[in-house]
Write a protein that binds this ligand. Structure first.
Ligand SMILES: O=P(O)(O)O[C@H]1O[C@H](CO)[C@@H](O)[C@H]1O
Ligand SMILES: O=c1cc[nH]c(=O)[nH]1
Length: 301
């Protein structure tokens, strides 16, 4: 990552308050305090819920051999929006449901790592998703991110106009996660496939069990089959935004999600909370091995 983002206005700002993180960059010309706190960060892990990110932080302690019996501290608690935990060079940050909440914290995290002068940080999303023709519990590492229009791009309204940006994750991050993170002995499958990121859990993902539905079961199945034909094996709500924003600013990123339902067999997520919890640990295993390799072999070029 160069030390510049895709915004020339930042160069003219004397200070920058990262509002939702409750982190104040009091002097953008001298960020030594931010560098001291966050300058060692190499990997920024994100995921929907605060509890998952707290558990990931505890898991990363084990992976990185950090012996610390204390409760992980939420560094953004006073922001009351997102939770952030730090374990050595790994940040674990919650992002809420969907691209709109994620994009807010993503902008602020990208500025944070810039002010902290982090060296080529990698951003990861560790999430849950619906599967397409794969059994629940499968871990999917996203190749290309499609939006709800089945385009490999992200669309956003800016100044009253539609702006379209490409949505690809870094090829070497995908390759390295598959090579160093996936393990055939895990007892579950880890695959690399395309992902659809939608703006709505119900109609946007072709469900017939939302509060509104104006299509038939056959329309839904035809759409899901079309997704499948495009190589899409999982559906979630952030992939295309995440891929496009990180690509635009030149930060390497990857999306690793576990399926909690096979959408070719139904819409309702019926896994028990215990089973969901067990499934949520699976991307931890994959990402944990990848991060360990990343940090030990200095793949962070
Ligand atoms: O489990 P997380 O990370 O929240 O991700 C998935 O779950 C949420 C919907 O239930 C969406 O945010 C979707 O992308
Ligand atoms: O079907 C699903 C399950 C989890 N998250 C999603 O976005 N969709």
């Amino acid at each position: 990552m160069s030390n510049r983002l895709a915004n020339p206005h930042l160069d003219t700002m004397a200070s920058d308050f990262l509002y939702h993180l409750d982190i104040n960059v009091a002097n953008t010309q001298d960020t030594s305090d931010i560098q001291q706190k966050f300058g060692d960060v190499r990997v920024v892990c994100t995921g929907g819920t605060a509890s998952r990110m707290r558990e990931l932080a505890l898991y990363m302690r084990k992976v990185l051999g950090v012996s610390d019996p204390s409760d992980p501290v939420d560094l953004c608690e006073r922001g009351h929006r997102y939770a952030m935990y730090k374990v050595g060079p790994v940040l674990c940050v919650s992002h809420g449901v969907g691209s709109s909440t994620f994009s807010v914290v993503l902008h602020e995290l990208l500025k944070l790592v810039k002010y902290a002068r982090c060296q080529n940080p990698i951003f990861l999303r560790i999430g849950t998703c619906g599967g397409l023709g794969v059994p629940p519990g499968t871990v999917v590492v996203t190749k290309d991110a499609f939006n709800g229009l089945l385009r490999n791009e992200h669309q956003i309204a800016i100044l009253g106009k539609l702006v379209v940006r490409p949505a690809q994750f870094s090829e070497d991050v995908i390759k390295n996660i598959m090579e160093y993170g996936a393990d055939p002995n895990d007892g579950f499958q880890t695959i690399s496939a395309n992902t659809m990121g939608t703006d709505c859990f119900y109609e946007g993902q072709g469900r017939t069990d939302g509060a509104i539905c104006e299509y038939t079961e056959k329309d839904k199945m035809d759409f899901l089959q079309k997704c499948h034909d495009l190589g899409i094996r999982n559906i979630e709500m952030e992939a295309s935004m995440f891929a496009s924003v990180t690509k635009k600013v030149g930060v390497k990123a990857g999306d690793v999600c576990v399926t909690v339902v096979n959408r070719l067999e139904g819409d309702q997520v019926t896994v028990t909370m215990d089973q969901k919890h067990e499934f949520e640990q699976r991307p931890f295993l994959v990402v944990g091995r990848y991060i360990k390799k990343l940090l030990s072999q200095n793949l962070l070029k």
